[in-house]
Design a protein around this ligand. Structure first.
Ligand code: ATP
Ligand code: MG
Length: 568
């Protein structure tokens, strides 16, 4: 489990930055960047990186750029660029006017490549991709030098220029850095800098038919933007010598690359490739399906930006990979919604209740608290009448010992209303299913307390049948049944671990009338049931659709209690 760190507390990245500020490295400046590749929607792992980069920049009075790492020409990138910007803003961060694209640096990168060729540090290689791989060797076997390695500078300049001019087929030649085929680090064995790809780019169109690799692009883009600390995930640790080599050879501004462990979340996959497979395979309704670990999915599900930022702060940053329990994320959401979400009553699986001794046609309005955690949120009126709905599972005809809710002959409290006692049960003649309850109410218990001090063991939520609004409610559960679908994936298809019950749709729910016209995206606590938000896409004027954000049961608090810790 990841260690806990709160804002302002130290972590190893802060230590490096603070030391650099103290020693006047980079003139005391702090300038960071968040560099997404626009090939998918942002997920909660990206949120960790966003919070880290934008958060540290703000903390040290620095800047954070948004840079699209768009060196791979593909078709759908525009949709991704727009969604990425929307998600970063939603999370609460601002890149000001510093929206950059690696593709904006293609001319400069080309010049850098020419500079390295002239210095005898890069060459055009005619080996095929398979041959390059073959020649590279392995961790235990040194590589072999390409027969094209000692081409003259003039020949290299000529061939590279002709690569750019489109004279050669895709894959027929590459530009490689001339480093060390015997290096223990495979990344240093003459890595590829440019490949030929006759493909349209979403920003540069058909201007280029050669594209720089990630390794040749990233550090130089950092340098061009004057980045001071280039924070990335651990898989780039082995690339750092190469990052440094390019910048040293080019003799340009040299940012410091720092690696941290990426976030893994239990019961989830966090790889754009796998998320795309879920979307394309129709396993979810889209990138913003409320079960997806994407920011757009979480937004639609009802998560607040504050709760995600809080989660990212709590998991902290470390050098070692770990899996964070999704229960912690849910705990953060619950904590935030508990403070801010107004309470309402909604019945998901309605059971009709007739109060026999309540006058027909009478209607009372009872006062209900909007949030017991925050009296400042005030009260609202809830209508009460002779026919109500309660939750089907709040009644049992033959209750077992520990069932304290409604049963024949038993008295319970209706929240904010009265005590009622069940006097009769109406069943379907054929199926035996309970269709309707008859109850009596005690007028002296208005507001929910008995003046004679008698007690009941349960308080139920309810709605007035005549006044309630029909609604659809979507109950979401974990997308995967196993805590680590990523590891289970080896050899098997990770979709085999999809939870078949991750979405349950209920279409005959009833919600209290105060929800009439509830704004898309607004969040509520349905008393006793959980937190819900109005679906921003499928709700309309006449039909409210609610997504369950999270249940009330706090698995994280339980885990912490079991470990003898206080829930954070
Ligand atoms: P994925 O593996 O999901 O495809 P990626 O690393 O290819 O992600 P990028 O768009 O390249 O995605 O990532 C942008 C930034 O977000 C990078 O700096 C990357 O290191 C960081 N990042 C991506 N995934 C995570 C994660 N799970 N935890 C923390 N940071 C992440
Ligand atoms: Mg990537």
């Amino acid at each position: 489990m990841a260690e806990f760190e709160s804002k302002g507390s130290s972590n190893f990245i802060r230590n490096i930055i603070e030391e650099d500020i103290r020693n006047g490295v980079f003139g005391g400046r702090v300038h960071l960047r968040f560099p997404p590749e626009p090939n998918g929607y942002l997920h909660i792992g990206h949120a960790k990186s966003i919070c880290l980069n934008f958060g540290l920049a703000a903390e040290y009075g620095g800047l954070c750029n948004l840079r699209f790492d768009d060196t791979n020409p593909t078709k759908e990138e525009l949709e991704y660029v727009e969604s990425i910007k929307e998600d970063i803003k939603w999370l609460g961060f601002d890149w000001g006017d510093r929206e950059y694209y690696a593709s904006d640096y293609f001319d400069q990168l080309y010049q850098y490549a020419v500079q390295l060729i002239k210095a005898g540090k890069a060459y055009v290689c005619d080996l095929s991709a398979e041959q390059i791989k073959e020649y590279r060797g392995t961790l235990t076997r040194p590589g072999r030098e390409s027969p094209y390695r000692n081409r003259s500078v003039e020949e290299n300049l000529d061939l590279f220029e002709r690569m750019r001019a489109g004279e050669f087929e895709d894959g027929s030649r590459v530009l490689r850095a001339k480093i060390d085929m015997a290096s223990p680090n495979l990344n240093m064995r003459d890595p590829v800098m440019y490949r030929i790809l006759h493909a349209e780019h979403h920003r540069t169109g058909d201007k280029w038919c050669i594209y720089p690799t990630y390794d040749f692009t990233h550090g130089q883009s950092d340098s061009i933007e004057g980045i001071t600390h280039s924070i990335c995930t651990l898989e780039f640790e082995d690339h750092r010598p190469l990052y440094d080599w390019f910048l040293d050879e080019l003799k340009i501004h040299h940012p410091k690359q720092i690696e941290f462990a990426r976030l893994n979340l239990s019961h989830m996959v966090l790889s754009k490739r796998k998320l795309l497979a879920l979307v394309e395979g129709g396993y979810v309704s889209g990138w913003d399906d409320p079960r997806m670990p994407t920011l757009s999915g979480f937004r639609r599900r009802g998560y607040t930006p504050a709760s995600i930022r809080n989660f990212c702060e709590r998991i902290g940053v470390a050098k070692r990979e770990s899996v964070v329990d999704i229960a912690l994320l849910e705990h953060c959401v619950r904590e935030d919604l508990n403070k801010h979400a107004p309470r309402v009553m909604a019945v998901l699986n309605p059971l009709r209740v007739v109060i026999d001794n309540y006058p027909e046609g009478k209607r009372e309005t009872l006062e209900a608290l909007n949030n017991p955690e925050d009296p400042g949120m005030g009260t609202r009126k809830v209508p009460f009448s002779r026919v109500l709905y309660i939750e089907q599972d709040d009644f049992m005809e033959n209750p077992p010992k520990k069932f304290y809710r409604l049963a024949p002959g038993r008295e319970v409290r209706l929240r904010y209303a009265y005590f009622i006692r069940c006097v009769d049960v109406v069943k379907d003649q054929n199926t035996g299913e309970v269709k309707e309850l008859h109850c009596t109410y005690d007028p002296a218990t208005r507001g929910g307390d008995a003046p004679d001090g008698r007690r009941v063991k349960a308080t139920l939520h309810w709605v007035s049948a005549q006044h309630a609004i029909p609604a659809e409610v979507r109950l979401y559960d974990h997308l995967f049944t196993v805590p680590a679908p990523k590891e289970e994936d080896e050899g098997a298809d990770f979709t085999a671990y999809l939870n078949p019950h991750s979405l349950i749709t209920l279409k005959s729910c009833r919600v209290e009338p105060s929800l009439q016209g509830a704004a898309p995206g607004s969040r509520y606590q349905f008393e006793r049931l959980g937190y819900f938000c109005v679906d921003a896409f499928d709700s309309s004027d006449g039909w409210l659709v609610f997504n369950r954000t999270v249940t009330l049961k706090d698995a994280w608090a339980k885990i912490k209690k079991g470990q003898g810790l206080n829930p954070a």
